[in-house]
Design a protein around this ligand. Structure first.
Ligand code: NAD
Ligand code: ZN
Length: 368
């Protein structure tokens, strides 16, 4: 059995309930009705803006007169400023006695719904809870319905956001950030653009490879990671990653990968990816692939496999995104990377700063 270090997550919590099946979305009314123990106030639907034009999905939602639908833009990943503004709007729309928050979309939307639920339960501002275990009370009952697979946001104990003021990309890491209920419906991912499907899907692969390469281990997390990694390899090494069965497999991999990461931490790819997101505004999935591509010396076989998978799926991973950056940007890249102490310690030990010196980090970015 793997050596389990005490610094990992000791007492692991998982999602309360889930339904996995095609057209699971249709079961939302019965799931809501089955919760007679929650109050009868408004339900707030937090929905990816992509579906604003999709009459089917929105008209199928059980929206009553007192409920509200909020469409979430996805051009930018969530900022604390955005979350605070949405929280204010939702509070004014009767947020004190909310029956449920239903998040429908990708990682951005699922994280936004988690953050709103947390703030409704705890008050204050989003930045107050960026960090580890800072929430003291449960949020509002929340249901997650992913429409793209990979981040595992549906299963994890965090919701990621960036503070524009501090440049910090950090989540509300807490058991209270875990969804109470999921509806996992692989039919919803049919419309995802191919590149996006690849980049987001590879997040599951990267979470699992980083967890398995780290030193904070959990035997159940390891088993979940191994299974999820195998599913991702099956999907991305096949001829068509978006074929029906593959979309279902990737949804399973995303969930398992999220559960795995809820027992441990990521590694070096995610801190570098966060740097790329904070400084260059690159989105999480594509930034991860760029980062893994440039971290061959740490994750050689995975970097080679990434290249094969991208070629097989006809996806181009951007290169030279850091070319021509000014000194001030390089400083920000370093700062936004090195701040991720837990994952970097997981990957390299407590002396990670001696390995990832400022010059070394900047040199690695120069290859990305
Ligand atoms: P996303 O939310 O960034 O969405 C990507 C794009 O796909 C958007 O344009 C969106 O509109 C579109 N899209 C989503 N579903 C679609 C569908 N069915 N059809 C067509 N288009 C669709 O996607 P993501 O990669 O899942 O999420 C990235 C975010 O997740 C980042 O903000 C990242 O920080 C966060 N994240 C969170 C966790 C966590 O544990 N909470 C883990 C990893 C990443
Ligand atoms: Zn990730």
């Amino acid at each position: 059995m793997t050596k389990q270090l005490e610094t990992g997550i000791l007492n692991v919590r998982n999602v309360g309930r889930y339904i996995f099946r095609e057209h699971a979305l249709n079961l939302l009314p019965s799931v809501l009705e089955s919760r007679s123990d929650i109050n009868n106030g408004p339900i707030f639907f937090i929905v990816d803006k992509f579906f604003e034009g999709s009459a089917e999905l929105v008209s199928d939602l059980p929206v009553r007169r007192i409920d509200r639908v909020f469409f979430i833009p996805t051009e930018d990943e969530p900022t604390t400023e955005y979350i605070n503004a949405l929280y204010t709007e939702i509070s004014q729309a009767g947020g004190k006695h909310v029956r449920a928050i239903v998040g429908i979309g990708g990682g951005i939307t699922l994280d936004t719904a988690k953050a709103i639920s947390n703030l409704l339960g705890n008050g204050g501002r989003a930045e107050d809870y960026q960090g580890w275990d800072l929430l003291t009370k449960p949020g509002i009952y929340k249901i997650g319905i992913p429409t793209i697979s990979g981040t595992g946001a549906e299963a994890t104990r965090t919701c990621v956001m960036t503070s524009k003021k501090t440049g910090l990309k950090l989540g509300m890491n807490s058991d209270f950030s875990i969804y109470d209920q999921l509806l996992l419906d692989p039919t919803l991912t049919e419309t995802v653009p191919r590149d996006q499907f690849f980049f987001t899907g590879m997040d599951a692969y990267i979470h699992c490879l980083e967890a398995l390469a780290g030193s904070y281990r959990n035997p159940i997390g390891d088993a979940l990671s191994e299974k999820a990694l195998g599913l991702c390899q099956g999907v991305f090494l096949s001829d068509d990653m978006m074929e029906e069965e593959n979309r279902a497999k990737l949804m399973v991999a995303s969930y398992l990968g999220g559960c795995a990461i809820a027992t441990s931490y990521v590694g070096i790819v995610h801190p570098f990816s966060a740097g790329l997101s904070v400084v260059l505004g690159l989105h999480h999935g594509v930034a991860n692939c760029i980062a893994l591509n440039g971290l061959k010396e740490f994750y050689g076989p995975a970097q080679e496999e990434l290249t094969v998978m991208a070629e097989r799926q006809n996806v181009v991973i951007p290169q030279s995104v850091c070319a021509g950056l000014r000194q001030a940007d390089l400083d920000r890249l370093y700062a936004a990377t090195i701040i991720h102490e837990k994952p970097l310690t997981n990957a390299l030990g407590s002396g990670f700063r001696e390995i990832l010196t400022r010059d070394r980090v900047i040199e690695l970015f120069s290859h990305m």
